[in-house]
Write a protein that binds this ligand. Sequence first.
Ligand code: DGL
Length: 264
Amino acid sequence: MTNNSPILMFDSGVGGLTVLAELRKLMPKAPVIYAADIAGLPYGEKSEAEVAARVSGLLGRMAERYDPRLICIACNTASTIALGMVREVLEVPIVGTVPAIKPAAQITKTGTIGLLGTKATVRQAYVDDLEKEFARGKKLLRYGANELVALGERKLRGEEVSVDEVAKAASGLVLQVGGEDLDTVVLACTHFPLLEPELREAFGKDVTFVHGAEGIARRIAHLLEGQKFGFFSKSFAVTTGEIGDFKRLAPAFERHGISTLKRF
Ligand code: DGL
């Protein structure tokens, strides 16, 4: 690691921008390489073995190429499946993104919490463990809303996304037995806070949404406290996918201080 080593922020797509937005409030000038595995998107429809192999392989190559001082896996699907494995093979500090069940359990008044993630995330043993540890005595309703990932991607490319589309994609959560008692919903996919205004309108004012982006940003800032950043190191974004499509995201990246977009 040198003074020029950046922070590497990794997601399957643009979801990690919800974490970057919070990080920018704490570390506005830190050089960040945002890596989007758009050739592999969506992770939520892949098997555990596919996600684990893809994420550890890519992060290994990225760590070698960019020499990051810290890697943030800004993706719940990748983190709940592959965090342990990636930590074992890379020597860089790794911050993961896991469903914010603990704060949700502290907030709920009805005792019924919703967990909205990808299909791959909601079935993970990691989530069972969080439920056992932090939501004992509460009811946790889970729903894998993979369609919301595509809607988040569309919205950041400047396309119209309606409240109806978002409501339809998330409706499986409330249609379950006990769904009418939900008062707190964990957004357990980094893409979903991109749709928070639409989700608020769809669920109504009695439901509170919780996600982990702020806590993750605080954790990164804490781990890097006191470290210096080289004057010449710059932020940029890379994609494993097609560059023409990635460039449609330029305004979204620009909002977070990133104006160079390239292929990995
Ligand atoms: N943003 C990712 C997450 O937090 C998932 C999106 C995908 O399905 O690739 O789970």
